[in-house]
Design a protein around this ligand. Structure first.
Ligand code: BJW
Length: 261
């Protein structure tokens, strides 16, 4: 593993020569937009809860209003922020490769839409989409008006999720993947195919703790495809990487793009 604090000639050459790039992103890529990462201590009213304890079916069963309000607050936060230079650099790289007959796929564990708002096409949202909703019982998709953003330190008062108007027995929940739930098979399979077809795999802003997403980069090892990590901290995946760019993606990804454009 080559640990770097800047893009060196070897990494620049690797990125320049790559025609098919698979990017796997996690919460860290949205951190510089102002979306807290999953394993950071929460702020404001949510300080007393850990994100990991709220993102479970049991938490929703036990206290639907608490979990529902947390997600509506996070949804409003995501809507209020903008893509950062890391998202924009990936969108630019994707455009450049597509225009020259190659491609760059983005598979994200994030439930936000900041890659899309930066102009990128996303192959897979492995953990769903915070703006989509469905019934806990009948599974019907439900469109809801976006919540208003009430300020980072002042999430709205806890209020319960609406009942499903179709089956009248279920509650409406965010269409995301909680612990113990299966990932969408199409998204997972599309990501596996993209990694197997790639000549470079870039892993950005994930701690590499949550399975099965954290195992995906290991598919690159089957074919000896180079792996690059972009993260300011060491992660569970760092040792597996060929290159580690140790720094924030909002700085490292634009620099990488500049060196290859
Ligand atoms: C920056 C930065 C900057 C900061 N620039 N970087 C072994 C095998 C399979 C499963 C398991 C297993 N062991 C345990 C499990 C179960 C479990 C699991 O993995 N638990 C772990 C805690 C151990 N997995 C599951 O339950 C999964 N389902 C499953 O396995 O189903 C089996 C099944 C099959 C068939 C039928 C039924 C069941 C589901 C996992 C779902 C995860 N869901 C969440 C919530 C989504 C909705 C929401 O957002 O609320 O997804 S949890 C949370 O973690 C969220 C994230 O997407 C996910 C990953 O987090 P991520 O992105 O890595 O964020 P962080 O915060 O951990 O890290 C941020 C990183 O950014 C850090 O490294 C920073 O340094 C870095 N950073 N600033 C770049 N500027």
């Amino acid at each position: 593993m080559k640990l770097l604090d800047h893009v060196d000639d070897e990494l620049a050459a690797l990125a320049r020569d790559a025609r098919h790039v698979a990017v796997l992103s996690g919460a860290g890529i949205s951190a510089e937009s102002g979306v807290p990462t999953f394993r950071e201590v929460q702020t404001g009213l949510w300080e007393q809860f850990s994100a990991e304890d709220l993102a479970t079916p049991d938490a929703f069963d036990d206290d639907p209003a608490l979990v529902w309000t947390w997600y509506r607050w996070r949804q409003s936060l995501v809507q209020a922020v903008e893509p950062n230079p890391g998202h924009l650099a990936l969108a630019r790289w994707q455009k450049q490769l597509t225009e020259t007959g190659g491609g760059l796929s983005i598979s994200t564990q994030n439930v936000d839409d900041l890659h899309e708002r930066a102009g990128a096409e996303v192959l897979a949202h492995l953990h769903g989409n915070i703006a989509a909703h469905r019934c806990t019982d009948c599974g019907a998709s439900v469109q809801l008006p976006a919540p208003g953003y009430d300020g980072f330190e002042a999430p709205p008062e806890a209020e319960g999720p609406p009942a499903c108007e179709r089956c009248a027995t279920g509650l409406i929940r965010p269409d995301i993947v909680w612990f113990g739930e299966a990932l969408p098979m199409d998204a997972f399979e599309a990501t596996m195919a993209a990694i197997r077809a790639a000549d470079l795999v870039v892993v950005v802003g994930t701690s590499g703790i949550v399975q099965p997403a954290a195992g995906l980069p290991l598919l690159a090892l089957e074919r000896g495809t180079p792996l690059v990590e972009v993260n300011p901290q060491e992660t569970e995946l760092s040792e597996t990487m060929d290159f580690v760019l140790r720094g924030p993606s909002g700085q490292m990804l634009p620099t990488l793009l500049e060196t290859i454009s």
